[in-house]
Design a protein around this ligand. Structure first.
Ligand SMILES: *Cc1c(COP(=O)(O)O)cnc(C)c1O
Length: 350
């Protein structure tokens, strides 16, 4: 199958002449910057915050390139994964004409972003054991299907999608496949970011919000072919990543040893927590998980959710999601928090 990117891009984006910022137009050596109407006297908090940031975040991308083993030119950084998802819709999907496929139960933003962009959603539910329905996905695909979202490890179920299924889809799906790897750092599954040269129709999303502990900075990562990254750069707001986030993330990315220690600890805590949850009388099932959370089926999720909330413990009630009847999603906490959760659960008269 010949992949032709230009056939998937909206016409208005193909002819778009992007905004050219001051920092973009001048690239030579200069010491006096009178081109961007900034406050030349400084900023109240110093640190160069009076200047517009690098629109393409090269320092941050070079650092990410080293850590991820992917060229910096194949990386796009969004204001959270949310921005990457929204840009994908705006680049590829003609409102009221094109459609995308999602595989519930899954991350809610794919649908919200589709609704905001007035793009139709086709739902092909996961199978009973939370795997991709490959045949169902191919059958649901039509001439206007532009995107397929695959979340692996999946939120809220926690499992990895079968790799062969994903590869079959990468080889056969006629649109762009977005693999959301927000939880990849906790997973035994290998990332797909090393497969970008193999699959020109692949976009992989990761984030600094989970394992890296930077949810507040809003940094979503996107890995794709240079052709796709170029379009994202053309469509994004010129300064989508602020200077404070860029600088703090650069510092944070030095701390791989600390982060890897946390990841091992979370995985260990998760196994202990899962083993303890199974033993509770009102727990029907603890689903296998490769993420930093556990999906648990209980006898009555709404009541248990309220009981935990009354005890100042907040979990995520997924009872209303398809295939997640009476399920709660529980994030792995610190050893103390997990102990608190378990002792509270043991007192529950379910
Ligand atoms: C948490 C999460 C994200 C992260 O979103 P950010 O906007 O980067 O914080 C992305 N995808 C999934 C499936 C998630 O659960």
């Amino acid at each position: 199958m010949q992949f032709e990117l230009h056939k998937l891009i909206r016409d208005n984006i193909k002819v778009l002449k992007p905004y050219s910022s001051a920092r973009h137009e001048f690239t030579g050596k200069a010491s006096v910057f009178l081109d961007a109407n900034e406050n030349a006297y400084g900023s109240p908090v110093a640190e160069n915050y009076n200047r517009y940031p690098d629109p393409l975040q090269w320092q941050l991308k070079f650092q990410l390139a080293r850590i991820k083993g992917v060229p910096a030119e194949n990386i796009f950084i969004g204001n959270g994964s949310d921005e990457v998802i929204d840009l994908a819709y705006r680049i590829f999907c003609e409102p009221r004409k094109d459609n995308v496929i999602i595989c519930p139960p899954t991350y809610g933003m794919y649908q919200v972003s589709a609704n905001i962009n007035d793009v139709a959603i086709k739902k092909v539910n996961l199978t009973r054991d939370f795997e991709l329905d490959v045949e169902g996905i191919m059958n649901a695909t039509d001439n206007h299907t532009k995107l397929l979202f695959i979340c692996s490890p999946n939120n809220p179920t926690g499992n990895n999608m079968n790799r062969t299924d994903v590869e079959v889809l990468l080889n056969n799906f006629p649109g762009i496949i977005i693999i959301d790897e927000a939880y990849i750092n906790f997973s035994k599954q290998k990332t797909f970011i090393q497969e970008l040269t193999e699959y020109p129709n692949l976009i992989v999303m990761q984030t600094l919000s989970k394992a890296w502990g930077l949810a507040a900075l809003r940094l979503g990562l996107c890995f794709a072919s240079m052709d796709i990254i170029d379009i994202f750069n053309k469509v994004k707001p010129p300064y989508n990543i602020n200077e404070a986030s860029q600088q703090i993330a650069l510092d944070a990315l030095q701390e791989t040893v600390m982060v890897n220690k946390w990841i091992r600890e979370v995985v260990h805590q998760k196994e202990e927590l899962a083993a303890a949850l199974v033993r509770l009388p009102f727990v029907k099932k603890v689903y296998p998980t490769d993420a930093n959370f556990i999906l648990v089926k209980v006898n009555d999720a709404d009541t248990l959710y309220q009981y935990l909330a009354d005890n100042e413990i907040v979990v995520r009630n997924r009872n209303k999601e398809v295939l997640c009847e009476n399920c709660l999603r529980i994030t792995v906490g610190t050893p103390e928090e997990n102990k608190n959760l378990l002792s509270t659960l043991k007192k529950y008269q379910g």
